[in-house]
Design a binder for this molecule. Sequence first.
Ligand code: GDP
Length: 714
Amino acid sequence: MKEISIALAGNPNSGKTSIFNELTGTSQYVGNWPGVTVEKKEGTWRKNKKVKIQDLPGIYSLSPYTPEEIVARDYLLHQQPEVILNVVDASNLERNLYLTTQLLETGIPVVVDLNMMDVVKKMGNRVNEEKLAYGLGTPVVCTSAVKGDGVEAAAEKAEKWAKDKTFSPTFPSYDRKLESALSEIEDFLPSTISSRQTRWYAIKLFERDTRVQAELSFSEEIQKEIEEIIQISEKIFADDSESILINERYEFIVKLVELCSTKKDSFKLTWSDKIDRIVTNRILAIPVFAFVMWLVYYISIQTIGTMGTDWINDTLFGTIIPNAATGAMVSLHIAGWMQALVLDGIIAGVGAVLGFLPQIATLFFCLAVLEDCGYMARIAFVMDRFFRKFGLSGKSFIPMLIATGCGVPAVMATRTIENEKDRRMTVMVTTFMPCSAKLPIIALIAGAFFPTSSWVAPSAYFIGIAAIVLSGIMLKKTALFSGDPAPFIMELPAYHMPRARGVLQQTWNRSVAFVKKAGTIIFVACILIWFMSSYNFQLKPVAEDVSILAAIGNVVAPLFAPLGWGNWRATVATVTGLIAKENVVGTFGILYGGMAEVSENGHEVWPMLQVAFTSVSGYSFLIFNLLCAPCFAAIGAIHREMITWKWTGIAIGYQCGLAYLVSFVVYQLGSWFFENNNFGLGQFLAIGVIGGIIYALVRKPRKKLDMAGVPSAI
Ligand code: GDP
């Protein structure tokens, strides 16, 4: 009897190892796949030594992005096992069937093994295997590997299917327009490719799979014709080719699962699906997201959060605490300088930061609700599609979500990105998102200069995203970062009502961390800033304008003059922001607050700011502080992830450079357009900068991005 090979393929944690062990017993051989550190396991079937069982690495897809995927697909394509036993976690059918669609496309006979059936039963769900087999056009078996149930029968079925003479491959069918593009591509394939495999090659060419392009090494003319077919489809579907296939596969899977599985809470799921139709819709997703984020900022910065902040600023830190402190210190005969330190340094500085607590707590609350109900997971899904158009991985969005809280864990979260270039780039751009410490700056500028416009605060969020996307496009074109991003597959949990306890807990924890920081690092920084702004180098008390801080600030300030805020106070505030971003506002509290004690409305800093800045220079200041180097803690995290100082330097240099250029353009053109400044050298240079950025965005990539020499999709 002829020997046959069964290849075990499936997602990680689908139960492959359990099945492999059950089938092979002690007859196992464990080694490594050649050239990579991916474990290779093979063995023979206990019941029939002529059947070889090859365990493939756990994978989610057959794209060429991870070593595991490459090992698995090379084995399937070049070793051509007689049959694939596709282990599927039946309790997670949608996600697992994604790989199944691709395994079927290899043209190799596939038996789908619905594993974890015990879990499915326990959940009260059911899967109709006959319907599934009908829909997939391939045999389906059920197992519970931990109990050993059905495992032998699965191998028997695989053996039988491998020997079935009537076998001819059936493939999942997709949209008519996609199918016709695929069949056009098939016409170009050389006759050396067996008819079973033409579908696989056509699909991979459509996905612009560089390994397949290199393997087939078409003439330039054919490459061009294939590229034209792909581009026409991309226009028709208004999506990139890889996303078209991802969407089509999922659409096929969703219909199939609807047909063959019943879930206990099926009502809930369809309700969830209906929301997803809108929320993850190709056209509506981004506008819906923009609206949600606008609403979140509107609630927290503009309306509800503001009420609390007003009270803290006007009443608590405006009158109650200063009056009480003054009364206490006077009655205790505290020295004048100490009184000044407490009132103008600590209360003005720390108070200015703490004043934003209600707004920040409201923002934390809104974000926690979005996270808990499942919306944030959708955003990552939507953003994956959106980001990949620009060469960024959707995985980059998770660190960016975390960065809205704090840049330090966000930078650490980039570890989940396997591709090193993508990871480095994400580390570099993720702190463009406004973290909670930057929020007081946003609220301050929005309140002082744009009290009636609700777009200013959320604009900070979108400037962050725009900086990330544009950086993605520009950086991907440099030799440092070129290459294809890896798609990521995540499960979308069903929507549910946010749990009050979890949401409140998260809001509380983050708020406490904010207050703690104000009481420690900000507190110390405020004392230092007060001291340096009250004394000169001879340590004599002097007016602020001739203080140590003014002297230092005046040296650096001209650097920022082209951005519209070349005064020493703004310069010092920006630099203290490196210690912690809250310091920017704390420093303003000390430097502008103390001078405005007579102010009627209690927002002591606002009128002084309105004198020192125009609206446009205020906005330019906001943008610079949003995009420039993050605080030292985050820079430390960037260094830990980048490992070398060279890379850390590249990251910080890029952030500061971009911040400078964007603020420059905003100030120069804004002041000309809105504030009647003359059109001069600054405006001319600003237009030059825009031209330079546009060039960096549209120019041809520096390096040929793939082996076949076909420019990639970026
Ligand atoms: P692999 O990553 O695909 O090799 O999966 P493993 O065989 O290591 O299984 C992952 C986990 O799922 C282990 O904890 C197994 O004990 C468990 N598991 C595997 N098959 C089943 C099953 O049929 N039912 C249940 N309840 N658990 C299973």
